[in-house]
Design a protein around this ligand. Structure first.
Ligand SMILES: *Cc1c(COP(=O)(O)O)cnc(C)c1O
Length: 428
């Protein structure tokens, strides 16, 4: 049998040659970045490229495709919705897919997180959470409380408001420093020293802080950094002690990735506001939501029209996206997704362990369906990526980590293809 064609050297289809000169790619130095792959189709955990070669996928489309690509059940739900109402404005009309989804999300989330505001991307969901937290104070007449306390290592999006609550140095946003709003950035309280710093920043700034924002259990884009449920409990208590709201950004962790439906369940805490997106539609269509507790929502109920939440994306609550999300939640109910996550964790933990002994490896860690090999340093991420492609896998190293966030439906054989490739590439 001939070996697979090398996707990096083959000639590309016409649409690729014609269109690529007009595309601006994400987070890429366009002058030097390795050219992107021409994808043709996806199924389960397999990506088929335009030249017919295939890659086993370890990333699940930036952690979104939790049921695998192109799941027939989700596809059917979208096709059905497409035939009756692909879209309608949410200003003045509502529809079954959105209301069903809002009802289901509030039933799934802990406490009285029960008021759902739909948007179409994670960054905007975080912006809405920030606007809610700021206006919550204004509506209550608590002036001057417009700041967030956010954490080093955090990532909450790429828009101007959300960049301001990302890690200021590690983040990819320091260039914009002078135009960003100033918030309080604290170390995560993971040990005595960082806890003392966190508490003293709170003490000092509580009068101007409206909310603490954090990713629960895993700082994803910051480098897949894990912390314990105790840290979250501690943050919740500190927020309560200072009458500060807690926003949990579950955009990465939500829908099973850490082993429970939502990461906050593991700490047994309820945030005042939570944001979800990424796996909400099973990675099929963009959709995000900001969900507020009743007491947050009630601060907006007033005879004063200025107390209303002034936000409304054109495509909010898109019926196709909501139909996808409902189908995705059905799959969580009908199929053993959380058990699959636990099984993936067992396989990843065992299969990645040998990497610990490789030169240049600093740490190996797993949580739920997340596996991380942290290196001392990655000199050339593009070169490393190329080696993974040549090994037949789609793995995207970034910062100093090589990580796997596969679909929960991935087979053991596919999972071992991924972990073997990581071991081989890192030892070569
Ligand atoms: C991806 C991500 C975002 C931003 O979502 P976009 O849809 O890319 O705007 C925000 N917060 C977290 C934790 C994320 O992982």
């Amino acid at each position: 049998m001939p070996s697979q064609p090398d996707p990096l050297t083959l000639s590309q289809p016409d649409w690729y040659e014609q269109g690529l000169p007009h595309i601006w790619l994400p987070y890429s130095q366009m002058k030097t970045a390795a050219p992107p792959l021409a994808a043709h189709s996806t199924q389960g955990s397999t990506i088929t490229l335009a030249d017919g070669s295939t890659l086993t996928d370890g990333v699940a489309a930036w952690w979104t495709a939790c049921h695998g690509y192109n799941h027939p059940y989700i596809r059917k739900a979208v096709e059905k919705q497409l035939s009756t109402m692909p879209h309608i404005m949410f200003g003045g009309t509502v529809h079954k897919p959105a209301l069903t989804l809002a009802h289901r999300l509030s039933n799934m989330l802990p406490g009285d997180l029960e008021r759902v505001f739909f948007t179409d991307s994670g960054s905007v969901a975080v912006e809405v959470a920030m606007k809610m937290a700021i206006q919550y104070r204004l509506n209550k007449g608590e002036n001057g409380r417009t700041k967030m306390l956010a954490f080093k290592g955090g990532y909450h999006g790429d828009t101007l408001a959300t960049m301001a609550v990302c890690d200021p140095e590690e983040g990819m946003h320091h260039l914009y420093g002078s135009v960003l709003s100033e918030h309080i950035i604290s170390p995560l309280p993971v040990d005595e020293k960082s806890t003392a710093r966190f508490l003293s920043l709170l003490e000092q700034h509580a009068h101007e802080i409206t909310a603490i924002i954090t990713e629960p259990l895993v700082q994803g884009a910051g480098g897949m950094l894990f912390h314990s449920p105790d840290v979250l409990r501690h943050i919740r208590k500190a927020a309560d002690d200072h009458n500060i709201l807690l926003i949990l950004d579950e955009i990465f962790t939500g829908f099973g990735r850490t082993g429970t439906m939502f990461a906050c369940e593991q700490a047994d805490i309820v945030p005042d506001i939570v944001t979800v997106s990424k796996a909400l539609t099973g990675g099929t269509i963009p959709l995000a939501a900001t969900i507020a507790q009743r007491h947050v929502y009630e601060a907006f109920l007033s005879d004063n029209p200025e107390h209303a939440l002034m936000h409304g994306p054109t495509f909010m609550a898109n019926p196709l996206a909501c139909a996808c999300a409902n189908a995705s939640l059905d799959l969580f109910e009908q199929e053993p997704r959380l058990a699959q996550v636990n099984h993936i964790n067992t396989v990843l933990t065992e299969a990645l362990e040998p990497c610990r002994a490789l030169p240049g490896v600093k740490d190996v860690r797993t949580l739920g369906a997340i596996g991380v090999v942290e290196l001392e340093k990655i000199e050339n991420a593009d070169a490393l990526r190329t080696k993974f492609i040549q090994a037949g896998v789609w793995v995207r190293p970034f910062r100093n980590i090589v990580y796997l966030t596969p679909a929960f439906t991935i087979s053991d054989a596919e999972l071992l293809t991924l972990t073997d490739a990581i071991y081989k590439v890192l030892s070569s």
